[in-house]
Design a protein around this ligand. Structure first.
Ligand code: KG4
Ligand code: ZN
Length: 336
């Protein structure tokens, strides 16, 4: 008799096809197939993402199960990302999870992708509640108050572009391939963050706006390229460092305000942009100054992965929060 809570988790919301096995809240395997096909288009092409998910999903699940050293028969529940994301991509993971669950008569667990980014912290650490998380990804920028594993509230979010989107769009203007965030990070390490100044929009409370930075970089590059067509190539380090510094300043100012207002000292960052070295350092520095306990996920749990879906599903399993075969994916889902 197998008493372990072995959950098969599937993540397919955007351009990573991922499967993980989480056993009793510990990650046994986390297989991720990154779709290279989008690079040449400068962004994710939804239809191509769906097709790649269809090709990848069975081999990725197969490897996740064998990597975990378990057998299909040991799995007792199946979890999948239900929302938010690209609808065609979500459909592939949802249909696979439903089919697997139905064929093996297993319970299904639907997971909210943004909630999973936050709970990725609990894979390797145990932040104390109440816990404040700045979730920064390609599609979202949110400050989330976590009262318990599944009781979360979005205190503020972006009114236009997400932080990751700002990184990617600036990278595209600089002629860098998609996704540009990691490359901006790399070039920023070689540049002077104070050489160029980019204005930011003042936003109320805990709201963010990144469209102003994007537009000011666009006009700045247009003007400089008129004088010297190779301006961006010659000043790549300084431009990337200055843009990165501006984005991080906006993020950290709001996070610090929220932490002060709520008197919370357990603070984390999550989502793809939490892989950014400048943001990671800024959190550590601010944490030292403010006496915070800071939480930074390991790199493999920052960007999209099924381990975070599995850990969220583990807590949902403990609460009996199952869904049935009528569950449908949603591109935009309200926080629940
Ligand atoms: O969480 P994620 O994998 O997917 C979404 O849920 O959107 O985040 C992807 C985003 C992309 O915009 C990517 O450029 C950004 O995270 N990103 C970074 C870094 N690594 C990933 N941005 C800045 N610096 C990085 N090192
Ligand atoms: Zn994500």
């Amino acid at each position: 008799m197998n008493d372990n809570i072995n959950i098969l988790a599937i993540e397919s919301s955007c351009d990573e096809t991922s499967a993980a096995i989480v056993q009793n809240g510990k990650v046994l395997s986390n297989q991720i197939a990154t779709q290279k096909v989008h690079e040449r288009y400068g962004g994710v092409v939804p239809e191509m993402a769906s097709r790649a998910h269809i090709q990848n999903i069975i081999p990725v699940v197969d490897v996740a199960i064998s990597d975990a050293g378990i057998n299909k028969n040991d799995i007792i529940a199946v979890a999948f990302t239900q929302a938010p994301g690209l609808i065609g991509s979500l459909l592939v993971g949802t249909c696979f999870a439903k089919s697997f669950a139905q064929a093996r008569n297993l319970p299904l667990i639907a997971v909210h992708h943004m909630q999973a980014h936050v709970l990725a912290h609990f894979i390797e650490a145990q932040p104390q509640f109440p816990f404040l998380c700045l979730t920064v990804s390609g599609g979202h920028t949110q400050i989330v108050l976590c009262r318990s594993y599944l009781d979360m509230e979005v205190l503020g979010e972006t009114m236009d572009d997400a932080a990751g989107e700002a990184f990617d769009k600036v990278a595209k203007m600089l002629g860098l391939p998609y996704p540009g965030g990691p490359l901006v990070d790399k070039y920023a390490a070689t540049g002077d963050a104070h050489r160029f100044k980019f204005p930011t929009n003042e936003m109320k409370n805990y709201s963010f706006s990144f469209s102003g930075i994007k537009t000011s970089v666009l006009y700045f590059l247009q003007a400089e390229r008129k004088k010297d067509p190779e301006f961006a190539e010659k000043n790549m380090g300084d431009i990337c460092a200055s843009v990165q510094h501006t984005i991080i300043k906006v993020l950290m100012t709001k996070l610090e305000k929220a932490a002060d207002d709520l008197g919370i000292k357990h603070i984390g960052i999550a989502g793809g942009v939490s892989a950014n070295s400048g943001l990671r350092n800024a959190l550590i520095k601010t944490g030292e100054r403010k006496g915070w306990h800071v939480y930074i996920p390991a790199f493999q749990y920052c960007t999209d992965n099924a381990a975070m879906i599995g850990i969220t599903a583990h807590y949902k399993y403990l609460q009996g929060a199952f869904t049935d075969l009528s569950a449908t994916p949603s591109a935009r889902a309200s926080w629940s």
